[in-house]
Design a binder for this molecule. Structure first.
Ligand SMILES: Nc1ncnc2c1ncn2[C@@H]1O[C@H](COP(=O)(O)OP(=O)(O)OP(=O)(O)O)[C@@H](O)[C@H]1O
Ligand SMILES: [Mg+2]
Length: 341
């Protein structure tokens, strides 16, 4: 089958900065080996058998490769892809053009699928299950419903919040994959490869340094690499050494764990203002003047993963490791302190 470039229709959910370093094929992706192995089998079997790949749901924190997988898969399959975002599909009628335009066996990628309103979700069920939709024509006395057949397609959904998806929607995905943070070795490989793409010379220690300060996240590794490249181009001869990488990252306020100013402000808010917690996430968000979603989606996952903060039934609590990292002495009630150390 001829390999086609995906047709990008609808909302482009990725920015330019992401696009030029984004792997084009699944086999060019680094890490997520188990996810890759399972998807490769599904893609290969579908290709051999002919027909339509089962619907796929990706979930995981931002910047870990959900969109990358979702755009590599149609390329690997040689099928067209349409891209939409849950945030812009306000009513079933917004989804109709995507469904009726979908070519046979093509992919419809719906990013932020947890933001689909209930009515749109329900409209999607028969489309996913039987490739049919019910369209209401006219209104009032003249309204009538027609049942329309669709060409079989693959829905790929991506979300940072699998927990917000309703069970019926989640169950209609045959393949569900959770993307987890990357290891420093995996991120080092990404940095080395991308430095080459950016025509930037980098010593291996510096690549590892950038990787270990990227919070397990390829998008951040790419952003940090770009910044370091700018820094060495402006301040030195364009070659990235360990010292220059250090200096560049320090200048951005990125510490040795890869936390940036906002991550530290989050930890400090709980540590100082709330005496280490436990504290509800809403209270922290209010104090920081940030949306709760931003905290939960972008800041907390890595801090939870690295055990700088823990979730308890009574709210968030920072750990001894966080106090140590912030060079703070806990000012806590006695019993809290005992629980922490
Ligand atoms: N496995 C990987 N190998 C190499 N690079 C990767 C990989 N995963 C992600 N990247 C890089 O990180 C960038 C961000 O990834 P991507 O856009 O797929 O994240 P996402 O999970 O969709 O995030 P969001 O939730 O914010 O939409 C990509 O442009 C790509 O350059
Ligand atoms: Mg994405």
């Amino acid at each position: 089958m001829a390999v086609r470039e995906p047709v990008l229709k609808g909302v482009e959910t990725t920015d330019d900065a992401d696009r030029d370093l984004r792997p084009q094929r699944m086999q060019d992706m680094v890490g997520q080996r188990e996810v890759f192995a399972r998807l490769e089998i599904a893609v290969d079997a579908t290709r051999k058998r002919g027909g339509t790949l089962g619907h796929i749901l990706f979930d995981g924190p931002p910047g870990l490769g959900k969109t990358t997988f979702a755009t590599c898969i149609p390329r690997d399959m040689g099928v067209a892809v349409q891209i939409a975002s849950g945030a812009t599909l306000a009513a079933p009628k917004d989804l109709v053009p995507y469904l009726t335009n979908a070519e046979e066996n093509s992919v419809l990628f719906v990013d932020e699928i947890h933001r689909l309103p209930k009515a749109v979700e329900e409209f999607l069920y028969p489309a996913m299950e039987d490739f049919r939709i019910d369209i209401v024509l006219g209104d009032g006395m003249n309204a009538r419903t027609i049942n329309m057949a669709l060409r079989p397609f693959t829905l790929i959904g991506a979300t940072t919040r699998a927990g917000l998806l309703s069970a019926p929607l989640r169950d209609r995905f045959q393949i569900r994959e959770h993307l987890d943070f990357y290891t420093v070795d995996e991120l080092t490989e990404i940095v080395v490869r991308n430095a080459k793409k950016l025509k930037t010379e980098i010593v291996s220690d510096a690549a590892k340094e950038i990787a270990s300060r990227s919070r397990g996240t390829p998008r951040l590794a790419n952003n940090r690499l770009r910044w370091v490249r700018d820094y060495v181009t402006s301040k030195a001869d364009g070659r990235v050494t360990l010292e220059l990488a250090h200096a560049a990252l320090n200048m951005q306020g990125i510490d040795r764990l890869g936390l940036d100013g906002q991550d530290r402000r989050y930890l400090e808010t709980i540590a100082r203002v709330f005496h280490g917690g436990p504290v509800g996430v809403e209270a922290v968000a209010h104090t920081m003047n940030l949306a709760t979603d931003t905290l939960e989606d972008e800041i907390e996952p890595f801090l939870l993963r690295t055990e700088l903060v823990i979730r308890t039934p009574r709210g968030r609590r920072v750990t001894a490791k966080a106090f140590e990292h912030l060079s703070l002495t806990p000012r806590l009630p006695e019993d809290n302190q005992r629980a922490l150390f």
